[in-house]
Structures are given as C-alpha cells and as structure tokens.
Design a protein around this ligand. Structure first.
Ligand SMILES: Nc1ncnc2c1ncn2[C@@H]1O[C@H](COP(=O)(O)OP(=O)(O)OP(=O)(O)O)[C@@H](O)[C@H]1O
Ligand SMILES: [Mg+2]
Length: 465
C-alpha cells in the first residue's frame, strides 16, 4: 500500500496516460518520429535505388567531347509526342555568338547565334531513352585559363545504359560533319590547345602556287612519311618529321602549310615563337600534347635565336623561348612521339645549324620571291577564263621582265629586284575583272623600301575604292 502510494506520488504514469491530452501528444510525437524515420528510410532507399537503377556519365569541360555533347543537345529533335515534347523542352539556354565580317568593304558584321542548353537540369529523349542532363558550373577555376570548371552530367536508367555509346558517337559524328571540308587551327592558350575561331574552309592546295616542283616535293614527302609509321616503329625511331620553310615575307609559306593540312585532312597547331609569354617549359609541354592529326606549325623560328636582344624602345622584350628550349622541345626526351612539324622563318641566316639536323628538321625548302613560272600560273588562276589565247599573260610577263622583277633586267644583267607572290595576288585582287588594269599597274609590284625618317610620298598609299 505504501509502495503503491509512493510510485503514484513520484511518477503517476498511469494517471498521466489517463490524461487524454498527454496521450494524444505522445501519439503525435511517435507518429512524427515514425514519419521522420520513414522519410530517412525512403531517402536512403531512393538513393540506393538511384545508384542501382540509374547510370551517370560526367563530362568535364576539359574533355574534347564537351562541346560535341553540348552541340548534340542543341540539335532539334523531331517526331516527339505531345507529352515528350513538353517534357523535353529546354527552358534555360545559353548563347555562343560568332561574328564574321560581311564580304565587302565596310559592311556590318554577320553574327551567328548558337543556342545551347544553359546551366541547370534538362531532359532529352534519345531513341526510346530519356536522359536527364545537368549542366553545372563549379566555383573552382582552371589555373591556366581562369575559366571556371564546368561539367555536364547525363543520367539515364540502368536498363538504357547503352544509349550513351550512341549519344557519344552521334555527338562525334555531328562534330566531324560540322568541320568537314574545314581546317581547324589550334593555338596555345595558357597550357592548352584551343581552336582559334571557327574551323576555316579548307584552302585548296592548287590555290597556293609555289615554284615548279616544290609543292609536289613536300606533298610527296609528307604522304610517304605518313605511310611509313610501322617502318619507324619497327626500327625504334621516333615517328617524327620536320620541315623548314624559309624565304621572304609573303611567299606563301603559311598558306601552303594551311592548304597542305586541308589536303591531308589534318588540323594545324600553331605557335608563334616570337610571341610574348611563350617560354621553354610551355613550349615543351604543349608539344607533348599536340591535338591528334595535326601539323605543328612553329612560326618565326628565328625568334628563338635572337632572344638575347635587349628590350627595345617599343617595349618589345624579345621572345622568351631560347634556342636550347626549342631544340629540346623538338627532340628532347620529353618530345612527343608522333609529329609532323613545320618551321617557318624569314631569316634563315639567323638560325643555328644545330636546328637543321635529321629528327629536328629533315627537309629544308626555300619558298622564294615570285618566279616567272609562279606569275604565269597565278595569272591563269585569276584571268584564265577571259584570257583564252594567253596574250594577256604574255604581255604581263613581258612587263615584269621589263621591270626586271624576276631578278634580271631586260638586258640580261642582274636587276636585284624581285617581287612577292603576295604582291602579285594583291595586284590581281585589285583588278579582279580587268586584266589590262593589272598590266598597267604592274609597276606597283616593285618592292618599296622605306628608310627611317623618309616621308611617304603623297599618293603612295592608295586604298581600294
Ligand atoms: N605562292 C603563293 N600562292 C598563292 N597565294 C600566295 C602565295 N604567296 C602568297 N600568297 C598570298 O599572299 C598572302 C600572304 O601569304 P602567306 O601568309 O602564306 O605568306 P608567308 O610566306 O607566310 O609570309 P610571312 O613570311 O610574312 O609569314 C596570302 O593571302 C596568300 O594567299
Ligand atoms: Mg607566314
């Protein structure tokens, strides 16, 4: 009796439970606990189910497939049903704008807007599979370029996992189609190769006119090299070939390499050695990770040999690539295994013989001042259809002879005067449909020499109307 009364006085539990308010409270609390527990359980089960039932593919911005996949996502899709078309609408877009100047002198620029799925979540349908897309920007950035890291995540059902293979091959096929007939030019940005602008239309090899046999010699050599990979591998020789094109400005060196890349269906990876900020380390690193199927183009190779030059009055500090840096990048231990390199220079005399060694430079070619052969071929390309009997061409060549522009005066003595193919092209462009105009203005092909301090005579610089 006494115990009973004690427990009742300390914890009158029975009485408490008899209290309907208290009992209701406990009931609610336990319901809440059960609900919270169930929620946790559901989340965990969902997470597990997600892991078991879904597949994720993450593509980072650094991966070459990144722009392909984005472009693939922006493809218009046809024949979607009512619900699907509503479900897969992309509400969040980002734009990439490219501009190109309109043909014609001062017209406004053409702008081309390309819409891509923006950041956030989207749903697309591919075949019978739905794919959830999540494009995210991270708050970390690429140390080289300063660009924030980005990823695209594709998620689909485990049962549909094989759809990714098709997605990637489709994205790649689209990208390949977009650059079909085009040459991609890569340049170095930071420590990465990035496409320089949009892919350019392939330049036909026939549009570059070099002296007799020169073009064929290089093209044959490159093609022969490309067929011999196994031969190099079998003999343990690095599969590399180097060409040095030298000669005066405007002789078609760069144009030729670009056209050759088009012919071989290669891209061009270009580095200007005289560029500020190009260092030995950077050069060596870039050369180890050249884009696949590309011709390496090292412009102004002489820059590496004059870098000891002091800072000049215009603030130009000289290039920062050194001679040994260039040699090491070309065939040091870290040099890439496979490579076709073209070096160009206007100043062959400044190069060091060490550069011209098999493995670094295997073939040296002078692409010189315009010859009679080139002038004739260029004439035919421009006026071939209006000058059917070639009389115009003969008059033009006769005029150039008279002006002594092929190195010899009319009397057969050296004239020490030459012109460049770029200048001839300029003259023809100026007189597009008028071959007589080109003959009359041929005097303009005489190279002008500017002395420091010399006043430019009035009327010497004409701008095309
Ligand atoms: N041999 C050529 N055949 C056709 N076009 C030419 C030729 N040489 C020059 N050109 C034209 O002249 C311009 C300049 O040519 P390019 O840039 O190829 O010269 P380059 O030899 O690389 O000059 P630089 O040494 O100054 O870099 C281009 O528009 C090109 O089309
Ligand atoms: Mg050039």
């Amino acid at each position: 009796m006494s115990t009973e009364s004690a427990s009742a006085s300390v914890l009158n539990i029975n009485a408490l439970f008899d209290n309907p308010l208290f009992a209701g409270g406990i009931g609610l609390a336990s319901l809440g606990a059960v609900a919270a527990f169930a929620r946790k359980g559901a989340i965990a089960t969902l997470g597990a189910a997600r892991r078991r039932l879904l597949v994720n593919v993450e593509i980072s911005k650094q991966d070459p497939a990144y722009p392909w996949v984005l472009a693939w996502l922006s493809q218009p899709r046809e024949n979607l049903g009512f619900i699907t078309s509503r479900l897969t609408r992309i509400h969040n877009l980002s734009v990439i704008t490219t501009t190109a100047s309109r043909t014609g002198a001062n017209g406004p620029a053409h702008a081309h807007f390309f819409l891509q799925p923006g950041y956030g979540r989207h749903i697309v349908k591919f075949g019978s599979a739905y794919i959830a897309v999540n494009r995210e920007k991270h708050n970390t950035a690429n140390m080289n370029t300063g660009e924030p890291h980005e990823i695209v995540q594709l998620t689909t059902l485990w049962a549909h996992r094989h759809v990714f293979e098709d997605v990637f091959s489709e994205a790649h096929r689209l990208a390949a189609k977009a650059s079909e007939g085009k040459t991609v030019v890569y340049s170095a940005r930071g420590m990465d190769w990035v496409p320089l602008g949009d892919p350019r239309k392939k330049r036909p090899l026939a549009s570059v006119i070099l002296d007799e046999g020169v073009k064929e010699a290089v093209v044959d050599d490159v093609k022969d090299f490309m067929e011999r990979q196994q031969w190099y591998v079998d003999r343990g020789i690095p599969y590399r070939r180097g060409y040095l094109l030298f000669g005066p400005p405007g002789s078609g060196k760069t144009s030729f390499i670009q056209a050759l890349a088009g012919e071989l269906d290669f891209s061009v990876a270009m580095i200007n050695l005289s560029e500020m900020g190009m260092t030995d380390d950077k050069l060596a690193y870039l050369l180890t990770k050249l884009p696949k199927r590309s011709l390496l183009l090292l412009e102004d190779a002489d820059a590496a040999f004059i870098n000891r030059r002091q800072r000049e009055s215009d603030g130009y500090n000289g290039a920062t690539v050194t001679f040994s840096g260039l040699l090491n990048a070309l065939d040091g231990v870290a040099a890439g295994e496979e490579r076709i390199a073209f070096l160009t220079t206007n100043h062959i005399d400044r190069l060091d013989p060490a550069l011209i060694r098999p493995g670094r430079v295997d073939l040296m070619l002078r692409i010189g001042e315009a010859t009679r052969f080139q002038a004739a071929r260029m004439w035919d390309r421009f006026y071939g259809d209006v000058d059917e009997d070639h009389s115009g061409r003969e008059r033009f060549l006769g005029r150039l002879d008279e002006l002594g522009l092929f190195g010899k005066g009319p009397d057969g003595k050296p004239s020490h005067r030459h012109t460049s193919t770029a200048a001839i092209q300029g003259l023809f462009l100026f007189n597009k449909n008028e071959m007589n105009g080109a003959i009359d203005m041929a005097e303009g092909l005489i190279p002008k020499k500017f002395e420091v301090g010399e006043a430019i005579p009035e009327g010497a610089i004409k701008t095309p109307a």
